[in-house]
Design a binder for this molecule. Sequence first.
Ligand code: MN
Length: 308
Amino acid sequence: MKSTQKDITMDMPALSPVQRIPVRHTELGEGFGIKRALPTRERRMVGAWCFLDHIGPADMRSTEGMHVGAHPHTCLQTFTWMISGQILHRDSLGSEQVIRPGQVNLMTAGLGIAHTEDSLPGEATLHAAQLWIALPPECADMPPAFEHYPELPTWQADGVEYTLLAGRWRTRQAPTRVFTPMVGLDVFAAEAANPSLPLQKQFEYGLLVLSGHATINGQPFDDNDFAYLGQGAERVDLQLSAGTRVLLVGGEPFTSPMTMWWNFVGPSKTHIAQAQHDWESNSARFGNVKGGENRRLQAPALPAGYAV
Ligand code: MN
């Protein structure tokens, strides 16, 4: 019998297919190896989440630590979720904040800010997720800000521990200040568990295994692959082995014009070129970071097509 489109539709599984996107092995700051899940050639953003670095878990006794010299940001928020170890954040607003496990640091660059990040000695392991959130164009010129969130909403259900990092999750609301509809959720299974997470149809979602092994809608994943779920799904089914931690990010697809280059985000290439010019000319726009005086990162040359 000849196969028809209708037959194929009827055979489709109830759960959304999951796109498997390999993470990219790269370096952060002074030679510290990390895994980058966003952006990749296959996927640039999930909602407003436009950058996802998986830092560690690294044995800090055999490294010089993670050290990122003074560098600028524009039109984005840096969002750091700490799982183990400690990182000292310092920025050009004068903020000086150690982030510890279970905490979030959120830096809103707006028009411009600079910061340094250094792991603290004396810790056996470093494990964190660092994400960027693109700001909508109307926030491109907002003044910079830094917020530290020592506690996030945490609860137990379905045999796992949930921590709400950003946005809304059913009846709960994270305190973190974000500017577009989105969600960030940490799911940790101390013992094996099979939670089913309800999703919002208008959001797209991505999942990254931060430790352990998971199956996502029946497909096996570890921390070498990012799982992308498009819009329209009502739920995602997880099977988590003992000790597995999964990060779920989601949001309404970001439809505003957005350009990303080096540490800059902006509504246009002109914005990026101006930011680069201002950083290279030591403009007061980005200020100075205490402790970053002799380790200012140089921007690579702008690609063709970027001009002030
Ligand atoms: Mn940064």
